[in-house]
Design a protein around this ligand. Structure first.
Ligand SMILES: Nc1ncnc2c1ncn2[C@@H]1O[C@H](COP(=O)(O)OP(=O)(O)OP(=O)(O)O)[C@@H](O)[C@H]1O
Ligand SMILES: [Mg+2]
Length: 258
């Protein structure tokens, strides 16, 4: 399986006044299951927009997003539904992504039911418990009946990851998925993500400001500036020999790496 953005652009037009923002410009990117792809770049450089284009949450102004050569924009409802299962999102803003009125078992259970990953109360509950264990929320029984406000930020983030992996996705687009977490929780969540990469072959599009994290987890790095991908290479090459002046600037501004 191969997910590609081919020369995608996204222009946002202002409702009034005719101004426009070229949020993403002619971006080309590839990800496969089992690969950890990082997208880095300053605030407003188009990272989240590119992520939303890959998730088929936004339609490109030009260019295509393709799964195994088939444009996602041309998918019928059934295909788009299947696509949503295979390419899952863990989006920026964990507080806003969870329904405050739903318990953890409901939040995770409803997507399992919707996508037919398990049927019947017991089977759904077992699957919820299983994915909570996979993200390190153990014993799951302690968390099933809790509402989001009864969880820590790190635990909420893990619930979002659990909900994503419950569908056995091949690729997860994670937008600042660990950025708000403190160091120890962040390390725990990253370990979970890497375990899933190793054990289940999940691939990641990992959008972040956090270069030390990129250095730890990424296989490849795309650098964005003002909507454009200005550099793409293996992590080793990016850190050892950045080619673009902007990449050098980013690396120079990053905290000392250990
Ligand atoms: N729905 C929208 N309507 C209009 N403009 C938008 C919309 N979404 C994003 N933009 C603009 O597109 C540009 C890219 O935004 P985007 O959210 O992709 O940046 P980002 O790299 O994710 O930034 P950050 O690191 O702050 O999350 C910005 O100038 C933003 O204001
Ligand atoms: Mg963003």
């Amino acid at each position: 399986m191969l997910l590609e953005a081919k020369n995608v652009s996204k222009v946002f037009r202002a409702r009034r006044g005719g101004g426009e923002t070229v949020a993403v410009k002619d971006a080309t990117l590839r990800v496969e299951p089992g690969r950890f792809i990082a997208i880095v770049g300053e605030s407003g450089s188009g990272k989240s927009t590119l992520g939303r284009l890959l998730l088929n949450l936004l339609a490109p102004t030009s260019g295509t997003v393709e799964l195994d050569g088939a444009p996602v924009a041309g998918m019928d409802r059934r295909e788009a539904f299947a696509y949503r299962r295979q390419v899952q999102a863990v989006l920026q803003d964990p507080a806003g992504s969870l329904n405050p009125r739903k318990r953890v078992d409901e939040t995770v259970g409803e997507v399992i039911r919707l996508h037919g990953m398990a049927r019947g109360r017991t089977a759904v509950r077992d699957r919820v418990a299983e994915v909570l264990e996979q993200v390190g929320m153990t014993p799951p029984g302690r968390f099933l009946d809790r509402y989001p406000h009864e969880l820590s930020g790190g635990q909420r983030q893990r619930v979002l990851i659990a909900r994503a992996i419950a569908l056995n996705p091949r690729i997860i687009v994670a937008d600042e998925a660990v950025s708000a977490l403190d160091a120890s929780v962040k390390a725990g969540v990253l370990k979970v993500m890497r375990d899933l990469q190793d054990r289940l072959g999940v691939g990641y599009i990992f959008i972040t400001h956090d270069l030390p994290v990129v250095r730890k987890v990424a296989d490849e790095v795309y650098v964005m500036k003002a909507g454009e991908i200005v550099e793409h290479n293996t992590k080793a090459a990016i850190f050892a020999a950045p080619q673009h002046p902007y990449t050098r600037e980013l690396l120079a501004a990053a905290p000392v790496l250990t």
